[in-house]
Design a protein around this ligand. Sequence first.
Ligand code: DQA
Length: 137
Amino acid sequence: MKLIIINGPNLNLLGKREPEIYGSETFEDFFRTLQLKFETIELSYFQSNIEGEIIDKLHEVGFSYDGIILNAAAYTHTSVGIGDAVKGIETPVVELHISNIHAREEFRHQSFIAPVAKGVLFGFGLKGYELAIQSFL
Ligand code: DQA
């Protein structure tokens, strides 16, 4: 089982960024605990602040991996291109958000990914990534 977590813009700042919303753990530390918890799974992680790099990564893994966990962050609400990429690949994508996007500003309620995703998880903090992995097992 080959899964990848793709995180979008500003998620490299997890741990420092708005900790009251996103928590105080860095993603690198959290990812290590995930790898230990799911050691039988080939789990990788990619983060980019650049829309085109996220699209390139979706193309690269989207015909061979078993699942993609995508937190496109702010691009979720703006990117027709990422939505089209998710639609164009074969690997199922779970859309994920750390925060409850529906309890926040109106502009965060819109997603270009949700209509073409296998499922959507939001509001469970970093634990959501664990739940997303379990959804593929
Ligand atoms: C986010 C929610 C988005 O609205 C926001 O732009 C992010 C993070 C989340 O994980 O809660 O950067 O995707």
